[in-house]
Design a protein around this ligand. Structure first.
Ligand code: O2Y
Ligand code: MN
Length: 600
């Protein structure tokens, strides 16, 4: 049992993994549509997935995960760099030799009774100067067809790899070997969360995952490669691998701008990336909804690609109101995971805007009625759907040269303090704002820190592959290399301000286009702003609120500088900065002092 590609190092790695994991068979993925369909059909025929009613949802399938395997597992995510101090205060570190020894013991024979799939994949258009190649070895056919949607896979990637190209080694197993004649589980995995591992070996550009078949734990291209490992490659090679959407905004005069945006998980990145603007004549098109890789072009501007080829979005809450484009897109050619199955072979989820069915099968496979206490769909239920099928995909979304970025948005979920939009004063001030962004901790976080802010610099907290302080310094160095007028402007936005009675002050969704409008007006030099101690804020008349009902009082609050709250914020930022020790870039310490002085 061996695989013979033209790439000797790849062949050797496949052989080494096969000897350790002992699969019954090895299969090299070619990336064809026929292969994709075969993988799905094999699972459906074995009762491990459901073909939906093809009249209602053509090309759509439903899979149900094990109840223990429904999300990323941060506490089992490890950065195994040689020196503990290089992982920094935000990561779980284990010495690489120890972690490898522990994991090898679990990997030994873990693929018995299964096929080992080898998936060559490209992050970014094959051959682009920004793209990178990985190879994922997995024993999960679910991973194979999801990787086909989420990346470019197969023979064309191997061709690009040639005989000696670099690739990131990604090893994944569900961790459930099958004995002779044993019937497979519906969703094989290691149910005990504390026995799962999502491990990164930065110096070797290598990822080892075992025990989970779900999302970012198993589709190793996504958070593991495109953010954690690529983040290290980016640091070493002078570019940026970021947790950012990329959108194209076109004004009524036909001028287009590309905007990247970093928002923590569950802040509506996919909705923003596919937004339907409510201001007449403005258009948003999607380049990416989750990850941006950015490099300087020959003209000195930052160019971004979406390294992915699909969207892995949260289904509950997706409706014709929240995200009409995604809702339309997922009516066909979509893999659903953990939503409810209706009696007529369709799917349903909470927040779909569609009345609940009288009866359904919930995400756990149990009977469900509207009287049931549990939700029909898991709150983290997902769609996997090809980017190319997005109704508003930008024609240039696969341009190998990327798109030039004019503005970077950063933002979290903050009830207070942070205005609707704040333009940074310069690059380092923008990095400072990126370093302090975050969301208020809610009761859903199950901690005693409710109400405090969890700082999530550039929305990278769960996705950092190295020391957060070094990461922020890397952003500063990137700016120092460029000419200031070529760099994108950085804008701190907050769609989630609440009044004292708890109402949202800003309508959000398609109305966020009104903030985008001001931003591009600023870039064009026409947007009006006032200079404040925290940055440049729109004048009260600068945000176009025609046709929407935002009260004058709410708008005042949305655009105010709450001095007292900012002074309290400074103390909390200082506390957070302490955790970076001597790796806190001095430029950020200076920005904090400057802010303090401006507020005094
Ligand atoms: O729950 C998961 O496994 C995936 S989390 C995720 C998926 C797609 C895009 N973003 C995220 C995220 O947590 O930021
Ligand atoms: Mn994300």
């Amino acid at each position: 049992m061996s695989i013979n590609t033209k790439h000797a190092a790849l062949n050797a790695w496949i052989k080494e993994i096969a000897e350790m994991c002992e699969p019954d068979d090895i299969y090299l993925c070619d990336g064809t549509q026929e292969e994709y369909q075969r993988m799905i059909d094999t699972m459906v025929d074995a009762g491990l997935g459901t073909k939906l009613n093809q009249d209602k949802k053509p090309g759509c399938y439903l899979f149900r995960s094990d109840p223990s395997d429904v999300a990323r597992v941060e506490k089992r995510t490890f950065i195994a760099c040689e020196k503990e101090e290089d992982a920094g205060p935000t990561n779980n570190w284990i010495a690489p030799d120890k972690l490898k020894a522990d994991m090898k013991a679990i990997y030994k024979g873990c693929m018995k009774g299964r096929t080992m799939y080898v998936i060559p994949f490209s992050m970014g258009p094959i051959g682009s100067f920004i793209s990178k190649i990985g190879v994922e070895i997995t024993d999960s056919p679910y991973v194979v067809f999801n990787m086909k949607i989420m990346t470019r896979i197969g023979t064309a990637v191997l061709e690009q790899l040639g005989t000696d190209g670099d690739f990131v080694r990604c090893l994944h197993s569900v961790g459930k070997p099958l004995a002779e004649g044993e019937k497979d589980a519906k969703w094989p995995c290691i149910p005990n969360v504390d026995e799962k591992y999502i491990s990164h070996f930065p110096e070797e550009r290598m990822i080892w995952s075992i025990g989970s078949g779900y999302g970012g734990n198993a589709l190793l291209s996504k958070k593991c490669f495109a953010l954690r490992i690529a983040g290290i490659q980016a640091r070493d090679e002078g570019w940026l691998a970021e947790h950012m959407l990329i959108l194209k905004l076109t004004n009524p005069e036909g001028q287009s701008y590309y905007v990247a945006g970093a928002f923590p998980s569950a802040c509506g990145k996919t909705n923003l990336a596919m937004m339907k603007p409510t201001i007449p004549g403005w258009k948003v098109e999607t380049v990416g909804d989750d990850i941006a890789w950015m490099r300087f072009g020959d003209d000195g501007r930052l160019y971004a690609i979406n390294p992915e080829a699909g969207f892995f979005g949260v289904v509950p809450g997706t409706s014709m109101t929240s995200n009409p484009n995604a809702f339309t897109q997922i009516q066909a050619d979509t893999v659903y995971t953990n939503v409810a199955l209706t009696d007529d072979g369709d799917v349903w989820w909470e927040g779909s805007g569609i009345p609940a069915p009288a009866h359904a099968i919930d995400w756990k496979g149990n009977d469900w009625t509207p009287d049931s206490k549990e939700p029909a769909a898991h709150p983290n239920a997902r769609f996997t759907t090809p980017a190319a099928l997005c109704p508003v995909i930008a024609p240039e979304w696969e341009d190998p040269n990327g798109v030039p970025i004019s503005a970077i948005l950063i933002g979290g979920r903050r009830k207070t303090t942070i205005p609707l939009v704040n333009e940074s004063l310069d690059w380092n001030h923008g990095i400072f704002l990126g370093s302090i962004m975050g969301s208020e901790i809610t009761t859903a976080d199950i901690t005693d820190k409710v109400g405090q802010v969890r700082r999530d610099p550039f929305a990278m907290l769960p996705f950092m592959g190295y020391h957060m302080g070094d990461y922020l310094k890397h952003w500063i160095d990137i700016g120092a290399k460029a000419s200031a007028d070529k760099l994108p402007k950085i804008y701190f936005v907050n769609w989630f301000r609440k009044g004292e009675d708890g109402h949202f002050m800003w309508p959000g969704f398609g109305d966020n286009s009104r903030v985008l409008k001001w931003i591009v007006e600023r870039i064009a030099g026409t947007g009006k702003a006032v200079s404040t101690p925290i940055g440049n804020l729109p004048t009260p008349d600068a945000i176009d609120i025609s046709g929407i009902s935002v009260s004058a009082d709410d708008l005042d609050h949305l655009l105010e500088v709450d001095k007292e709250a900012w002074i309290a914020e400074i103390a909390s930022i200082r506390e957070n900065y302490k955790s970076y020790g001597d790796r806190l870039p001095k430029e950020l310490d200076e920005e904090l002092s400057k802010l303090e002085k401006r507020l005094a």
